[in-house]
Design a protein around this ligand. Structure first.
Ligand code: AMP
Length: 497
């Protein structure tokens, strides 16, 4: 299928051509015809799938084909983060550059005056984060009573970030008679309920980019002790093939520390996270995009929606305790079909997270053991991918390592698997996973062939969202998970075979 087959008007076709898009992505193929017909939509998709164009193109077409004498806000797009809002705004500008459509983007953390001035020019499309929007609505600078299309982007993230009440307030200010498009990477119960309330007979579109993404990305796990992580990072970065790398840390403090460590050894790095001013974030991002900074260190929330081309590597300095986050993170290096490389550091405490991640992606991530910072603790047994849902470490039946190996379950039982301590040649750096790791299907000694990735929504048995906030310590997040579990969610926990 070509863009021409989607019945898009010429100004839009010229814009997508200029962007170098040749074929519509699956979500674009599935969504654009329905949105053009005016249908409501429930889209299960995340960034990296081309979903912004999937809604922006038909919206611009609708506005262009049905112009108004006077300008007013006809389209409202709600986004959880300022970065995503900015990117959506830029997409409307890019795709609408041969039309008369005007867009304005507003978000918190910066002075409101330039945004108020921009709003006075009466944009057709307003892209906003919920907090700043409500603020400006309350001050009388924004009027939404003539909105025709409402888009909620990354609804699950708005829920995670505690914006859901703000979102409901905004929705109440928009006419009931409208077209509504709701996009979410996962479908927790609250989002499903919201969708049921605000969507009218929606078309449901689900794309699982993550499956192809996960399969095209070369992944490697480095078992390492926490205190050795800085050394391992430095070791990996001595390979110049790691040209543009996004490093993920769990906390803002952790991100700052990594930047300081890299600064000390003369590696240009910058951090983006919620404690940074908008100006600092924008500078960090533009330096990274322009190749002036080689390493960008980010927390998950700050990185959400970041769209940077040609990221050569992702490094998970900390392994996320929510497995979906792993998939989101590594997807940054495989934008729009490109393939990339993702390295993950896994310290002893994080080993249980690896089990969750491998279950979710349904493959065993190859281990790179050939590095000077390898943990002295033996490599854990291969994850039983048949386990259901999350199984926190304290609920896992523990068996002696030896017995697991006798049963043929141990990672280190595999003859071709490099056991810790057996690797004798730590240098020079050889960070590419294919040099040491094995491909996923070879590791599938449980009889499965690289299976497809299950829907993010179904991966979590009770559909609950993480609820984690940026800067939470692991301890806080674990406490929250335990509290949820005590709250009666059985999580379908089964013991490992
Ligand atoms: P999104 O999921 O909207 O964040 O888009 C992810 C990336 O895919 C962006 O860099 C877009 O510019 C790019 N993109 C969107 N649609 C296409 C397409 N049809 N072909 C190639 N790249 C695309």
């Amino acid at each position: 299928m070509q863009f021409e087959d989607l019945k898009l008007i010429d100004p839009l076709l010229r814009a997508v051509n200029a962007e170098g898009y040749t074929t519509p992505t699956p979500i674009q193929q599935q969504s654009i015809p329905h949105i053009l017909e005016g249908r409501d939509m429930l889209g299960c998709a995340q960034t990296g799938t081309g979903k912004t164009a999937a809604f922006a193109l038909p919206i611009i077409q609708r506005l262009t084909n049905d112009p108004r004498q006077q300008r007013f806000i006809r389209v409202l797009v709600l986004s959880p983060t300022r970065e995503l809002a900015t990117q959506i705004g830029e997409s409307f500008r890019t795709y609408g550059k041969h039309t008369a459509i005007k867009q304005v983007t507003i978000f918190g953390g910066v002075g409101q005056n330039p945004q108020v001035d921009a709003l006075r020019r009466n944009p057709d499309v307003l892209v906003a984060t919920p907090g700043r929007l409500l603020d400006l609505m309350n001050q009388g600078y924004v009027r939404l009573e003539r909105v025709e299309v409402l888009v909620l982007d990354e609804a699950d993230r708005m829920l995670d970030m505690g914006f859901i009440h703000d979102v409901r307030r905004v929705i109440a200010a928009v006419p009931r008679q409208r077209q509504t498009l709701l996009f979410s990477a996962t479908m927790p119960k609250e989002i499903q309920e919201l969708a049921d309330n605000i969507l009218n007979n929606p078309v449901k579109v689900a794309v699982t980019p993550v499956a192809s993404t996960v399969e095209t990305i070369q992944q490697a796990i480095y078992f390492v002790e926490k205190k050795e992580k800085p050394g391992l990072l430095q070791y990996l970065l001595s390979d110049r093939r790691i040209s543009r790398v996004l490093v993920f840390t769990r906390t803002k403090h952790g991100a700052n520390k990594v930047v300081q460590q890299l600064d000390r050894i003369g590696i240009g790095a910058a951090a983006i996270h919620g404690n940074k001013s908008q100006t600092a974030r924008e500078k960090a991002l533009s330096d990274f995009k322009a190749g002036r900074t080689r390493v960008l260190v980010a927390t998950d929330i700050a990185a959400r929606g970041l769209d940077v081309e040609n990221i050569s590597h992702i490094i998970n300095y900390d392994l996320p305790n929510e497995p979906e986050t792993y998939v989101h993170r590594i997807g940054r290096t495989a934008r729009a079909g490109a393939s990339g490389i993702a390295f993950s550091f896994c310290d002893t405490e994080e080993r249980e997270y690896l089990v969750d991640i491998e279950r979710l992606i349904r493959l065993h991530i190859p281990v790179t053991a050939d590095h000077p910072f390898a943990s002295p603790i033996p490599v854990p047994p291969l994850t039983n991918l048949d386990g259901h849902g999350y199984r926190p470490a304290h609920l896992q039946p523990r068996r002696p390592q030896q017995q697991q190996q006798r049963n043929g379950q141990g990672r280190s039982n595999n003859n071709s698997y490099p056991r810790q301590g057996e690797v004798k040649r730590p240098s020079p750096p050889a960070p590419l996973p294919q040099s040491e790791g094995r491909n996923s299907s070879q590791w599938n000694n449980d009889g499965r062939n690289a299976p497809s990735y299950p829907q993010a929504a179904s991966a979590r048995p009770n559909g609950q969202s993480n609820g984690a906030t940026e800067g939470d310590s692991v301890g806080q997040q674990q406490k929250r998970r335990r509290r949820r579990r005590r709250g009666g969610a059985s999580q379908g926990i089964k013991p490992t075979a």
